[in-house]
Design a protein around this ligand. Structure first.
Ligand code: M6R
Length: 357
């Protein structure tokens, strides 16, 4: 039920800190150690490469997950859009492990891949919000998102839950493979949950920024580098699917290879700056678009902020910035859709779970 909320989407955005704490609780034992099923741990330990298969927002979570698994557990990971993978399979490694990421567990494109790789005899793990779903039943293993029902077509709390569960899986596999974590995972995720509380309480500021930057525009660009690039893709998807503003996410460095031709006076560009190692270069990209007339809305992280930044996110561990950077983008997308009179929870032409190929 929506309770006092006008839309499920806003309710689900607000639930994200609660879901984060629920995940911390569910995946931790009384000694503060990770709880990951032994057979999943063994599968993560014995594989030589991971193939993440997903669609839409779940694919975007997979991109972040690849980084977490590679950086923490040192296992090579490929991320594939399920609809493409099903007819254009890459060369597979000798001992692959497939990870299906799906909020609903019912996405037909992903199921087609699951059926194929099971026929080929490969192991599969599904990360889903619906444990009894098709993708969960047909895979060998399941990890539960514990996000509670997600009703709005635009996925919000499932995205952050997917990244958190992938972080836990990555950290567990790191330990199983003998790599020491240089931080306390649950403590860092707790800091993320607190930052989410701060961000979900800043709706008025974000609604005003939406008015200032997106009210009448036909298009909008999102740019970021490294982890912020993946969040840019997700921010653009969120905005386009509910507000119908044509929105694209780009890697900051790719701008000059084509997209910058589209920048004209007043074009909104949402620039993300949460990554210390690329802060200098993304700032350069933002200057390039501003020089061509863009209206740049800069969202940065505490510690990296500069005078012109419109919005500053509380600092979190650099591996987990996507969990918090996405929240202002979700809220901005919500208000952009609301101000345009769009049906926020049920955007045109879309279904909550896409059960046809
Ligand atoms: O249920 P799934 O996670 O498999 O769904 C995948 C996509 O259909 C879904 O994420 C879609 O992109 C959302 N509408 C995005 O907000």
């Amino acid at each position: 039920e929506k309770g006092t909320y006008a839309h499920f989407m806003l309710k689900e955005i607000d639930e994200q800190p609660i879901v984060m704490r629920k995940i911390i609780k569910e995946y931790q034992d009384e000694h503060g150690d990770l709880i990951i099923n032994e057979s999943i741990r063994a599968a993560m330990k014995s594989c030589d490469r991971i193939y993440i298969i997903a669609a839409g927002t779940s694919y975007h979570a997979g991109l972040v997950g690849k980084n977490l698994i590679e950086k923490l557990a040192h296992i090579p990971v490929e991320v594939h859009v399920s609809s493409e993978f099903s007819y254009n399979m890459p060369l597979l490694s000798e001992n692959p492990l497939f990870i299906f990421i799906s909020q609903s567990g019912e996405t037909a494109d992903s199921r087609t891949v699951l059926v194929k790789i099971k026929e080929m005899g490969y192991p599969a793990l599904t990360i889903t919000n619906v444990p009894g779903s098709t993708l969960s039943r047909e895979a060998d293993y399941t990890l539960h998102l514990h996000a509670g029902p997600e009703i709005a077509v635009a996925s919000t709390k499932a995205y952050t839950a997917q990244i958190a569960v992938l972080a836990i899986l990555a950290a567990d596999s790191a330990q199983a493979r003998g790599y020491d974590l240089e931080f306390d995972l649950f403590q860092e995720l707790g800091i993320v949950a607190n930052a989410m509380d701060v961000l979900t309480a800043q709706k008025e500021e974000l609604e005003q920024l939406t008015r200032d930057y997106l009210e009448t525009t036909r298009n909008a660009f999102f740019i970021g580098r490294s982890m912020d690039y993946y969040v840019s893709l997700e921010g653009a998807l969120k905005l386009k699917e509910i507000s119908y503003i044509q929105a694209e996410g780009f890697a900051g460095g790719e701008l000059k290879h084509g997209t910058i031709a589209l920048i004209e006076k007043g074009t909104p560009v949402i620039g993300l700056a949460t990554q210390a190692n690329v802060n200098y270069s993304i700032r350069g990209n933002i200057q390039e678009v501003v020089a061509r007339g863009a209206n740049a809305l800069i969202i940065s992280m505490k510690g990296l902020e500069q005078d012109d930044d419109a919005f500053v996110i509380p600092a979190v561990h650099e591996l987990f910035t996507s969990l918090v950077a996405v929240i202002p983008l979700q809220i901005i997308a919500y208000y952009a859709a609301l101000h345009r009179g769009a049906d926020v929870d049920k955007p045109r032409n879309l279904a909550k779970s896409v059960t046809v190929e």
